[in-house]
Design a protein around this ligand. Structure first.
Ligand code: AMP
Length: 448
């Protein structure tokens, strides 16, 4: 399939050609025609797959072809979970609106409120925003959404995880009319809150699931290393920084204080590192991201603040100094490398405190992960054993259609036991602990 097959406006096609994109990516192939046909959309696609254009192109196309519902209200609102991602979406949008008469503005938390009021008074057609600040302006009547034609939620799962559901509902309600189209993008579609939200916001949506967050990213080599403690992690880090052939590197830590401490440590070792943490104000954050993007720093040390969306083509390595607390962040973190067909390396350090997160990542990726070793670095930590599952004997009454259909004593593992209670279909009457022999015995009897 070619971009020319979509029937896009000439101005959009010339920008696509100018950027040198020869063919649409998979998400673009599926999402663009569905969105251009006016359908609501719920789409998942792995990080770095070109999803920004998958919504920007149909959005501009729609505005080019349709008359505005209102002359004053914004016609397209794009919401993203983080300021960094919003800036990135905005810069792609600007590339494509440059040849049009449409105005696009960026409304972010942490920036001057009154300046934003002035910007909104210019009645832009496009707003790219983080939800909290946009909802504030909406509440104060600085703009209205009666004429909104397209609401785009980028990384909806992350927005909901960050607790923006109230603001999203508020924005949705302000633009609740028949002609509105909604496009929802999420890293994963197995997210209960996203699905509930989609039911509320979308009308008969088309589902586009290209590759889920679980899918192996072919261009990224993942390596995992065990570490006894923090100082051993630092030794390992030092080893990678001095032995790997790398372009730029992003190091993820668990906390802001670790970010600063580690960046300082690396700077003392005359490595060109900079820390990006949420404690900085927005202009400091912008400055750091800009200088990193321009290649003025080799290493960026950060928290999950920078794990989403950022498109930095020169990042060859991602190092998880600590494993992420939220499992799906793993995929986003490592997705900062291996962008747009380049190769990337993801190195993860797993100490005792990371073990649970590591096991969750392993389950999430649906693969058995083995650990690599570094010659000359002796690690004692071998991982933690799972807690022994408690086996109990319970008399279980199985209830179906409000009738007891069985009342046999059974062997149940504690976890299963809880599931049974949770399922609600079965009622536990009595339980007592069994010795291993009794368990084996009762299992045999059941099998007989
Ligand atoms: P995204 O997933 O939207 O962050 O895009 C990831 C990167 O892929 C960005 O650098 C885009 O400019 C680039 N990109 C988007 N669409 C295409 C395409 N059709 N062909 C090649 N690169 C693309």
């Amino acid at each position: 399939m070619q971009f020319s097959d979509f029937g896009l406006d000439n101005s959009l096609m010339s920008t696509v050609e100018h950027l040198g994109f020869s063919a649409p990516t998979q998400i673009q192939q599926q999402a663009i025609p569905a969105a251009m046909a006016g359908h609501d959309l719920i789409a998942s696609s792995k990080t770095g797959s070109g999803k920004t254009l998958a919504f920007i192109l149909p959005a501009i196309q729609r505005l080019t072809k349709n008359r505005a519902l209102s002359k004053r209200d914004p016609r397209v609102v794009i919401l993203t979970p983080t300021r960094e991602l919003a800036k990135q979406v905005f810069s792609q949008l600007r590339l494509f609106t440059a040849n049009t008469q449409f105005k696009a503005v960026l409304i972010l938390g942490g920036e001057n409120f009154n300046d934003q009021v002035k910007v909104l008074e210019k009645e832009p057609e496009f707003i790219v925003a983080t939800p909290g600040r946009l909802a504030d302006h909406l509440k104060q009547g600085h703009f209205y959404l009666n004429g909104l034609e397209l609401l785009i939620l980028d990384e909806a799962d992350r927005m909901l995880d960050l607790g923006f559901s109230k603001e999203l509902t508020q924005i949705n309600n302000a633009a609740d009319h028949r002609k509105r189209q909604t496009l929802l993008f999420s890293a994963t579609l197995d997210h209960a809150q996203v699905n509930d939200f989609a039911k509320e916001l979308l009308k008969k949506p088309k589902r586009v699931a290209i590759e889920s967050a679980h899918t192996e990213h072919e261009d990224i080599t993942k390596r995992f290393f065990l570490a006894d403690n923090l100082s051993q992690k630092e030794v390992l880090l030092q080893h990678f920084l001095t032995t790997e052939t790398s372009r730029q590197i992003i190091i993820f830590t668990a906390t802001r204080s670790d970010t600063d401490r580690l960046a300082k440590l690396l700077t003392e070792q005359e490595l060109n590192a900079v820390a990006l943490s949420g404690e900085l104000n927005q202009s400091q954050r912008n400055q750091i991201m800009d200088s990193f993007a321009k290649g003025q720093h080799k290493i960026l040390v950060t928290t999950d603040l920078a794990s989403r969306g950022l498109d930095l083509i020169n990042v060859s390595h991602v190092i998880n100094f600590d494993m992420p607390k939220h499992t799906e962040e793993f995929v986003h973190r490592i997705g900062r490398t291996g962008r747009a067909g380049t190769k990337g390396d993801a190195i993860s350090l797993v100490g005792p405190n990371d073990w649970l997160s590591f096991k969750n990542v392993e389950a999430f990726l649906q693969q058995k992960i083995s650990f690599a070793k570094v010659d000359g670095i002796k690690v004692k930590f071998k991982g933690l054993k799972p807690k022994k599952e408690k086996v109990v004997k319970a008399k279980v009454t199985v209830v179906k259609d409000n009738k007891a259909v069985s009342n046999k004593p059974r062997k149940v593992i504690k976890k299963t036991f809880l599931d049974i209670e949770d399922a609600g279909a079965m009622k536990i009457i009595k339980r007592k602990k069994l010795t291993p022999d009794q368990i084996e015995d009762s299992t045999k009897k059941e099998q007989d």
